[in-house]
Structure formats: structure tokens, C-alpha cells
Design a protein around this ligand. Structure first.
Ligand SMILES: Cc1ncc(COP(=O)(O)O)c(C=O)c1O
Length: 396
């Protein structure tokens, strides 16, 4: 049988990260998965709220509406407004999606026709870009420095490509860990407004600051030209698949129609349970524990690396939150060759920087390590292996 695949299916890019995921590889130490350690999922809270819901609210198992559970949308709006004074989000603007990735896919369905340009920071989180690429987007990247995306480059690409939108991760960015400065946010919003494209602000790491909270969101600075994406994958658990979009109210009906024609609706039981977890008096303590744990892990990783890896071989940017350490190799060692050798010979897995570029070009000497999930002993052994693998390159 010969199948004729749709253009959409043909547009799908093979995700470069897959080669380094290797979930069932024995003896592998992983520095590649951006999710909280399993013992930090708030399982006690979830069990309690699920038990109560199933015992007392059987209607929660009926077909839900397509926009997402109202109590969850209220809880999300309330929390966003508390974390980001001035966000002024209303529950009616929120559409609950299948994780943040479902939100990206919904945006692609709403706004991207084949050949449309979509800009993103580079490097960035590639699996969101896959949603835009599937819809036929032409992707282009705006380089970053420590303060965020470069306004001159954005201006140039805005003139050249007339993008539909600019996808950004302003807080504890994946993969660089950087936070876009308030001035840079202002400059980006000004360019977006002048050229008539909108900013898609993906913000799953906002609550994971080690110390100071991040600056006000694009949404609070420029609500007229921003669509926000959120996710509970990093603060509750990725397996519940809850994300959301904050849309201008006039777009909500179209978004809900699109979502209905995609999945009909998503699990209200999990929506309502997540709402009760967010509203629970112990949830803030859970977030504090997550923050403290990530800060401690980040310090442990950088201390282990400082002790074993000379700065002539590898340096990194110390993040102020999130889950990622963005590293740079020196002496002309290619990060792809290094990652492949480290995986195959030393059984330690991480992503080379090129995985995070919109068109899989550049970032030849960069790599991303995640500190979110290993045990301390695995981290120590993993750094030992990384140092040994690097040494083997120095000896060649
Ligand atoms: C910036 C960013 N957006 C979205 C996602 C995907 O999240 P979700 O599990 O909500 O689909 C991730 C996951 O790593 C991410 O880093």
C-alpha cells in the first residue's frame, strides 16, 4: 500500500533531541530531561484532592466544555495575577491546552499558513517550533545576549520576513537559563507593536526563581500585542498535561472551536484536581521546596564541574532559576561530536546546542545540561564521566 502523506505530516521535522533521549539505555546518566525529580511531584496533595473529587463530585467525569474547567481557569488567572502584578488576566481569556505544547499547536492552527514566517529566539526550545513547522512555518532565529533577544536583529528580520509572531521564553530560558531584562522586553514590545506582529510569551519557568522574582511579563507590559503560554509541567508534573493560552477575548471563541475540532475536550478531572492543588494552602510551600531543591542542585553541579573540568575546556552561564546550565566548549571541540562520544563511550547523555536552533544550524560549541532530576550520586558520577570524555578530546 502506498500512502500519500499530507503536507502537514511531511513538514514535520525529525527532532534532533531524540538521538540523545535513550530512555531505556542501561547505565546511562541523563543530563537532558527538563522536569522535576519524581520525589518532588506533589503526590500527597494530588491524591487528597482526587479522592475528594471522585467521592463528592461525580459530575466531574462527564464530558467537559472545550475551553477547560472554569475553576482551573479562575485558579490560573488568580495565580498569574498574584505572581505578575499588572498582568490583569481574566479566566475568560484562558483556554486550557494539552500542556504548553498543545498551546503552541493551537497557535499554529490559528495563525500559521504554509510559508508564513515565525521568529523565535535562538537558541530556544525546539519542540514548540516543531508545532509551527508542522503548520508550514518558515522559521528564523533572533540571536540573544545575556539580556535577551537582540533588538537590531529582530528589527531586521521583522522588515525582511513580516513574521506572524515572535516566540520567546523570557524567564530562565530553555536552554540558556537567561532572563530577558526589563529594558529588552520594552524594546521587543515596541518593535512588535510597530511592525504589527505579536509576541508569544512561553513562561513555564516563572515560578522557579532561586532568589529574586523575574521582571514583569510581556503580557503586563504590552497586553495588546502579547499571547501568553503557560504550563503546570514544571511546577506540578508533566504527566498531567496541563497548559494554557491567555488570548485577547475576541480570539477565544475561534480558539475553542479549533480545540474542539482537535480533541473535543481535555480531562476535566485533572483540570479540577490541578485547580484544587493550586488553591491548596500547602501549594506555595511545595513551590518553595522545588525552588530550594533546584538551587541546591545547580550549585552542586557547578561545584562538581569547577572541581574537575578546567575552564580552558568548558565554561558555563550560572542561571538564577529554572533547570538548565548552558555550557560552552573551548579549543574547537564540536559539541555534537562530544555529545555522541559521551553518550556512546561514557554513557552520559545531554543535548548539543545545535538541537536548540530553529533550523538546526549554529551553536556548534554549546551544550545544555539539566540539573533537575538526577540523584546527587548520579550527578557526581555523571560529571566524572563528562570530565573523562572531555579529557579524551584534549588528548586527541
Ligand atoms: C519553554 C518550554 N515550553 C514548553 C515546554 C513543554 O511543556 P509541556 O510539558 O507543558 O508541553 C517546555 C518543556 O521543556 C519548555 O521548556
Amino acid at each position: 500500500m502506498e500512502y500519500r502523506l499530507s503536507h502537514r505530516a511531511q513538514n514535520l521535522r525529525r527532532c534532533m533531541m531524540d538521538a540523545f533521549h535513550l530512555r531505556d539505555a542501561k547505565d546511562m546518566i541523563f543530563f537532558n530531561s527538563g522536569q522535576p525529580a519524581a520525589d518532588l511531584y506533589p503526590r500527597g496533595l494530588m491524591r487528597a484532592v482526587l479522592d475528594k473529587l471522585l467521592a463528592e463530585e461525580p459530575q466531574i467525569l462527564a464530558y467537559p466544555g472545550s475551553q477547560g474547567d472554569e475553576e482551573l481557569r479562575e485558579a490560573l488567572a488568580e495565580r498569574q495575577n498574584r505572581l505578575d502584578a499588572g498582568a490583569g488576566i481574566r479566566a475568560e481569556q484562558i483556554v486550557v491546552t494539552n500542556g504548553g505544547t498543545g498551546g503552541a499547536d493551537l497557535l499554529a492552527q490559528l495563525f500559521v499558513d504554509p510559508g508564513d514566517a515565525v521568529l523565535s529566539e535562538t537558541p530556544t526550545f525546539p519542540e514548540t517550533l516543531d508545532c509551527f513547522a508542522k503548520a508550514g512555518a518558515r522559521l528564523a532565529g533572533v540571536s540573544m545576549d545575556a539580556d535577551g533577544p537582540l533588538p537590531d536583529e529582530l528589527e531586521h528580520l521583522a522588515q525582511k520576513c513580516r513574521p506572524r509572531f515572535f516566540y520567546v521564553i523570557p524567564n530562565f530560558q530553555n536552554p540558556t537559563g537567561r532572563c530577558t531584562s526589563p529594558e529588552r522586553r520594552g524594546a521587543v514590545a515596541e518593535i512588535a507593536r510597530r511592525h504589527g506582529f505579536f509576541i508569544v510569551e512561553d513562561d513555564p519557568y516563572r515560578e522557579l526563581n532561586f532568589d529574586a522574582a523575574p521582571p514583569p511579563s510581556y503580557h503586563s507590559l504590552a497586553p495588546d500585542c502579547t499571547i501568553s503560554m503557560g504550563s503546570l509541567s514544571k511546577t506540578i508534573a508533566p504527566g498531567i498535561r496541563i497548559g494554557w493560552l491567555v488570548l485577547p477575548e475576541e480570539l477565544v471563541e475561534r480558539a475553542v472551536m479549533t480545540l474542539k475540532a482537535t480533541a473535543l475536550c481535555y480531562p476535566a478531572l485533572l483540570h479540577r484536581a490541578a485547580a484544587r492543588v493550586l488553591e491548596h494552602p500547602q501549594f506555595d510551600a511545595h513551590i518553595d521546596e522545588l525552588r530550594r531543591d533546584l538551587k541546591r542542585r545547580c550549585r552542586l553541579l557547578t561545584e562538581l564541574m569547577s572541581a574537575q573540568i578546567p575552564t580552558e575546556w568548558l565554561t558555563w552561564e550560572t542561571p538564577l532559576g529554572g533547570m538548565f546550565l548552558w555550557c560552552r566548549l573551548h579549543g574547537g571541540v564540536s559539541a555534537m561530536n562530544f555529545a555522541v562520544r559521551a553518550r556512546d563511550r561514557w554513557h552520559v547523555a545531554f543535548f548539543p546546542g545545535v538541537c536548540f536552533t530553529p533550523n538546526y544550524e549554529g551553536e556548534e560549541f554549546s551544550l545544555r545540561l539539566t540539573f533537575a532530576r538526577q540523584t546527587d550520586a548520579q550527578m557526581a558520577e555523571g560529571v566524572r564521566r563528562i570530565a573523562a570524555a572531555l579529557k579524551s578530546f584534549q588528548q586527541n
